[in-house]
Design a protein around this ligand. Structure first.
Ligand code: C2E
Ligand code: MG
Ligand code: MG
Length: 259
């Protein structure tokens, strides 16, 4: 309980003092042979200047609802970034932003995100929102309305965390997503265990049949990269290319690599 209170205090301080930071992890396009997008990942820089990863606070922020404010902060920062550095000039097509189940279920999500995009003159094609399968769980109504309103506005979606929990192949057929992200655990299983190969091959076959793009997450070695490339995966994300980077380092990375 004490730890949870500490975390809750950290989140409140982060919102109040603007301690929320966004790191960007570059994503490599096999087809274009450059980094064409990136995933925005939240960090909190605490009062001592220490960077804290989402694993330490996202669960608490979801259970007390503060993820809605945190998520707006992240989205606002991404929009500021896109307004200042037009993505085309960086060689990027879009930035992926994570949405938690709680945000998806928040009745004013679409309204709030559209207001932020308008304030920063953001082309909706510059944004891709990552959702997870659990987002469409029990209380479907708000989720469906949010997704529809955001899609009508021009935003695209990815299905994150594919291969964790009870991934349901059928779910991909029903969800209007453009991209499926294979979780790191799925990539790891592919290399660790012969049977997992068949699951991955079958999933890939189906996803490609639906004309969706696939991102492989958690690629750490050259061998993993080459294997995924040869399998026909479209995009690669992982430490092999880069860890998530603070904005300045991310810009330098693109400047070096996308030239
Ligand atoms: P995710 O969306 O699946 O993000 C990928 C995570 O994998 C990131 O962890 C990233 O740093 C890590 N990763 C990427 N490549 C590698 C690799 O090669 N090896 C290893 N070991 N790890 C790799 P991170 O940044 O700690 O984020 C963890 C999770 O927190 C995210 O998983 C996402 O579910 C959540 N999250 C992050 N930012 C946000 C946000 O702004 N809003 C919400 N609602 N959730 C967020
Ligand atoms: Mg994600
Ligand atoms: Mg993921």
């Amino acid at each position: 309980m004490y730890e949870e209170q500490q975390t809750e205090q950290l989140i409140m301080d982060a919102i109040k003092n603007d301690w929320v930071e966004v790191y960007y992890q570059p994503i490599y396009s096999i087809k274009e042979q450059k980094f064409t997008c990136a995933e925005a990942l939240i960090r909190i820089r605490n009062g001592m200047g220490k960077i804290i990863s989402p694993g330490a606070f996202v669960d608490v922020a979801e259970s007390n609802g503060m993820i809605i404010r945190l998520g707006e902060k992240v989205f606002e920062k991404v929009c500021c970034f896109l307004q200042e550095h037009h993505p085309e000039e960086l060689g990027l097509h879009y930035i992926e932003v994570n949405l938690s189940v709680v945000q998806c279920d928040y009745e004013h999500l679409a309204e709030s995100f559209i207001r932020i995009m308008e304030a920063h003159q953001i082309n909706p094609e510059w944004i891709n929102l990552e959702i997870t399968e659990s987002a469409s769980g029990d209380r479907k109504k708000n989720f469906t309305d949010n997704m529809k309103n955001l899609m009508d506005y021009g935003i695209t979606f990815s299905l994150d965390d594919f291969g964790t929990g009870q991934s349901n192949l059928n779910y991909i057929v029903e969800m209007p997503v453009d991209i499926v992200k294979f979780d790191r655990s799925m990539t790891a299983a592919y290399f660790a265990n012969g049977k997992a190969k068949y699951v991955m091959d079958a999933a890939m076959h189906m996803i490609q049949g639906l004309k969706l793009q696939i991102v492989s997450e958690g690629i750490e070695t050259r061998k993993q990269f080459e294997t995924m490339r040869d399998l026909g995966i479209n995009y690669i994300q992982g430490y092999y290319f880069s860890e998530p980077l603070p904005m300045g380092a991310f810009l330098q990375f693109l400047d070096r690599k996308n030239k």
